[in-house]
Design a binder for this molecule. Structure first.
Ligand code: NAP
Length: 292
């Protein structure tokens, strides 16, 4: 029997890629966003905020397998309680949850601790589940770091810390594979990393090569990073981001797991492959005549 799969966070970095893959394989997939306009037109979509337990329960009614992707936000725990409670109430059979490297309810880093607490809600729920724990996506260099890279300098309070960045497309490949037979992977957790850990200086040097212009990394103090942090963000969000930076600075993001290789039977995409695929994004536009 074909499984009906629902993906929350379906417009996000990994979620969008996973939905695209599942759809291209003709899987029965339903994508969740808070705004249907953000979803591709040819994909079945539902508009459900993770804060609305009632709507979640309605949405999960005919769903066999849920891929639970939630944003980094202050109410992650409440969202996890809503989603897991609604999944149980609606008879969802399996939940594949996207967590993160180092997630643990006893982590000394705020972000990883909250992620771990959210995971624990699923683990303790009695639902059948599997956890994916990817490291930071390479795609961060196209999203959160994009403006800095375009301006030529990436300022981060990560010192010389190394990160085994993973390509979100590999994480989607793994998720799609596990979804072929989720029951086989019950109660497992998979730490997903790139093939090697790079310092930010090394990463931007590789980007410089593909962008064909110089981009630099300048480590800054946490104090300096706090002063320039988005003024509209909440104090919790600032602390969560600072904890991620601290984890990197202290070497907690450098683990290389080799799990993608074992699962997919191939190497994870390298940072160079990612840069080659995305190189157009970092090239500065040619100055237009008349604007000079
Ligand atoms: N980014 C990384 O490097 C990385 C690495 C490892 C693990 N992760 C984990 O992956 C998860 C997603 O992170 P991301 O960076 O990939 O996020 P993202 O690309 O910013 O996507 C966030 C997704 O969450 C949805 N969303 C936001 N608020 C929502 C709400 N209240 N109700 C329903 N949906 C909501 C968004 O959909 P709409 O806006 O369309 O509603 C979007 O699809 C996080 O838990 C993170 O820990 C991320």
């Amino acid at each position: 029997m074909e499984l009906r799969i629902m993906v929350t966070g379906a417009t996000g970095t990994m979620g969008a890629e996973l939905v695209r893959q599942l759809h291209s394989k003709s899987a029965d997939v339903v994508a969740v966003s808070r705004d249907l306009e953000r979803l591709p037109k040819d994909i079945k979509g539902m508009q459900v905020p993770l804060e609305n337990r009632y709507l979640l329960e309605q949405a999960f009614r005919d769903i066999d397998v849920l891929v639970f992707i939630q944003p980094l936000c202050e109410n992650m725990i409440q969202q996890a309680e809503n989603v897991v409670g609604a999944a149980r109430a609606s008879g969802v059979q399996f939940v594949l949850k996207v967590s993160g490297l180092g997630a643990s309810p006893v982590s000394r880093y705020l972000y990883q601790r909250v992620q771990g607490e959210a995971d624990e809600i699923l683990v303790q729920s009695g639902l059948r589940y599997c956890l994916l724990k990817p490291n930071i996506y390479m795609q961060c260099f196209l999203k959160s770091h994009y403006e800095s890279l375009m301006a030529g300098t990436l300022y981060l309070p990560q010192g010389e810390g190394r990160t085994s960045f993973v390509d979100a497309r590999d994480v989607a490949d793994v998720a799609a594979l596990l979804l072929q037979d989720p029951w086989r992977h019950q109660k497992r957790e998979f730490v997903l990393t790139g093939e090697r850990a790079l310092s930010n200086a090394e990463a931007v040097s590789i980007i410089s090569h593909y962008a064909r212009r110089r981009v630099s990394y300048v480590p800054v103090t946490e104090e300096a990073a706090r002063k320039t942090f988005n003024r509209e963000a909440s104090p919790w969000m600032m602390e969560a981001q600072m904890s991620l930076h601290r984890a990197t600075r202290e070497g907690a993001a450098a683990e290389v797991s080799g799990v993608i290789n074992k699962l997919l039977g191939r190497d994870p995409r390298s940072f160079e492959e990612f840069c080659e695929d995305m190189k157009k994004a970092w090239v500065l536009p040619e100055p237009q005549e008349g604007l000079l």
